[in-house]
Design a protein around this ligand. Sequence first.
Ligand code: HEM
Length: 315
Amino acid sequence: MFVTGSSHSNDAKSMSFMQAFDVAVEHTFNRFISPLPAIWKIKRFFNIGSEKKYKQAIETVNQFAMDIIKSKEAQTDSMTKEDDLLSRFMVSSQDMGLNNEERRGFLRDIIISFVLAGKDSTATALTWFFWLLDGHPHCKDLIRKELTNIHPPNVTFDELKTLHYLHAALSESMRLFPPVPINSRLTVHDDVLPDGTFVGKGWFADYSAYAMGRMERLWGLDCREFKPERWLDGNGVYQPLDQFKYPVFHGGFRMCLGKEMAYLQMKYVVVAVMYQFEVEVIGGGGTVEKMVNPPYSLSLLLSMKNGLPVKLKKR
Ligand code: HEM
């Protein structure tokens, strides 16, 4: 989204950036769930072990983002709000009363936030989607049928919007396997939740989109079943549900800014893959029986344990 064009040296840089990014994310999560935070704090103090690796990863990530900003600054004397997203942030940040270093720090954090938000979330969602689809051949057939109404490989934005069943199947897949399975907030002041629950200053308030997606009270007795139809009205038109019942993209003021883009990207990838290939999951896809103990591994995102091995057959 931010960088255009690529040279060999850029590719090499992004490799080490991507690795550093993954290390930083994993380490942040481990810090977060650590039962004895004193241990990582001691390691940080002496700059040893995993904390040393984390520090190096953060430096690589920051440097990569900073290089993007500097190259953008060098390229564009006449940046306008019509340019790409980073240019828009650069133009807006000129009126924020920040000095040059602070402004670059702000832009660096924006870049990192967008990479964090968009890099693995859609990939994770698609992994579970293809796993579930393989275990539900009738849903695969319905998606294929829907794809006959559009004209891959040159699919337009408007055509993607007509894919109601696919939209429903992606939503249903994320209900069962939300890419961001748990979300936390730290309270700044004492507060009372709408249901009367007291939360004190400095407490964590967490919710699990994963658990909520499997609650009979919210989704009915068939909550463990993959049923895209629950998102469609009698005419097969997709019906969005309450964001607080389905907090996969969070809810309220800090809701995901990339939701629509994420759906668009995922639909585009599914169309491109299903148009060209038959996807067969090695070891079988996600059936209702496998929903009881699905192969997940928990980090900031809900990844599939050991990835998704597939056989692709050209159609
Ligand atoms: C299936 C894919 C995605 C899912 C499930 C998802 C989910 C979420 C969730 C749960 C949050 C709230 C995080 C929090 O505040 O704790 C969030 C925030 C955010 N997402 Fe996404 N996201 C996805 C894709 C994307 C993409 C593709 C982008 C853009 C490139 C994006 C941009 C953002 C941004 C900028 C925020 C921060 C919003 C704010 O704090 O005001 N997301 N997302």
